[in-house]
Design a protein around this ligand. Sequence first.
Ligand SMILES: Nc1nc2c(ncn2[C@@H]2O[C@H](COP(=O)(O)OP(=O)(O)OP(=O)(O)O)[C@@H](O)[C@H]2O)c(=O)[nH]1
Length: 513
Amino acid sequence: MESLIVTVNRIQRACTVLGDHGGDTNLPTLWEALPSVVVVGGQSSGKSSVLESIVGRDFLPRGSGIVTRRPLVLQLHKTERGLQEYGEFLHLPKKKFTDFSMVRKEIQDETDRMTGKSKQISPVPIHLSIYSPNVVNLTLIDLPGLTKVAVEGQPESIVQDIESMVRSYVEKPNCIILAITPANQDIATSDAIKLSREVDPTGERTFGVLTKLDLMDKGTNAIDVLEGRAYPLQHPWVGIVNRSQADIKKNVDMIASRWKEREFFASSPDYGHLASKMGSEYLAKVLSKHLESVIRARLPGITSLINKSIEELEAELSHLGRSVAVDAGAQLYTILELCRAFDRIFKEHLDGGRPGGDRIYGVFDHQLPAALRKLPFDRHLSLQNIRKVVSEADGYQPHLIAPEQGYRRLIDGALNYFRGPAEASVDAVHFLLKELVRRSIAETQELKRFPTLQAEIAAAASEALERFREDSKKTTLRMVDMESSYLTVDFFRKLPQEVEKEIPFLRLWFIAK
Ligand SMILES: Nc1nc2c(ncn2[C@@H]2O[C@H](COP(=O)(O)OP(=O)(O)OP(=O)(O)O)[C@@H](O)[C@H]2O)c(=O)[nH]1
């Protein structure tokens, strides 16, 4: 189960590298879908101290005013006992920080790199991973402390800017809110509780943390809050005792501080009965366990969001088109691929799958026979014309001898009429093919972003079709000529049997061809 948090950590890092850190964007944001623990509280409420206690190390910048000015995504990775602890920033990969004072300096420097030395804030997170045998697997996001007034050097909008940033994190339903409230302050005025109540009214995402229990006035205690009576939440409140300012000054280390905290609860007459459920170590364990269970519950949603995003991005990529290689060989390959895509669509138009090709049959089934029917055979084979042609060809002959030359001329003349419709059929098919080329280019998605190649393909296809038209016409006319010059004896023998028929053998002959 530990690997679940590790996996989500990796996805979080990928989001930051890709510039996805939620906020106002129309793009699907994976960042928003990932469960995370966000630390929220007013200034000086003890946020940094709680984080440091959980890590067991001193590594966060300290100072007056707003110190945390960018979200800090703190990913804790538990390592084998005995291994050295170190920190690693996403923006400085492979640089291991074993000196935690250098981690603090790098957080400060990286904040300044983004915001300048101004007191501005930025929503772009800093990612810090800490590898240590003394931590539990957990991801926490530290945010700037909620403030009520802008101090010198800060823009007036800072109060609102911080609240908006914090709100943008805690609003998302996958966010687990770690609401830090100092016990020595009236809880009714707690910024963290006020905000978490607004965004999580049922309290199912909120973990209430009470700091500074040791600083409460003598004779008072926070037992009503810690036992969940004063401000009930779905998860029990956890009390914490961090290092005081004096401890920090005296360089009391975190191990000693944890020990002191344990002592405080164990020996406290007020909180002794709750000791096993108090303290920063307990808080870290509870959070880690809860984060795992939330991740487990959200896993199907995260998986489907990732798959959906992949599909959408793949579709967008293929819509935009893959990048074109720079070397000539690969470019030639791409061009051939594109031509093949066009060719495939053109073939579909001709052979079926796409409309248009069937109109070529129409030319032979309707247009050509209609044109043949209109040929002036009646005039050509009128008695008067036959007499004229026969007498011109054969002169006067006894009627027992067939006027063969005359017949030949008549048939030859009739067949010559076919030349016009035959040529017109070639033209009609030519125009249909030209139209199909135009449509195929328009329908080839892959060609969409290459207008010059589209024009080139159109020109090459048009030139080829023009050539084919001329060749086809020559071939068609040659066939007519061949047929008219090949009148056999057998043909003449069968001729009398055909005479009775309406537009005689000629039409049948042509269609049969
Ligand atoms: N005695 C005592 N002092 C505490 C405790 N928690 C925090 N402090 C002190 O309170 C001061 C503020 O604590 P921080 O942890 O810096 O608070 P913060 O919320 O991170 O403050 P900003 O980052 O300035 O918003 C420091 O001097 C801490 O030493 C606690 O439980 N007990």
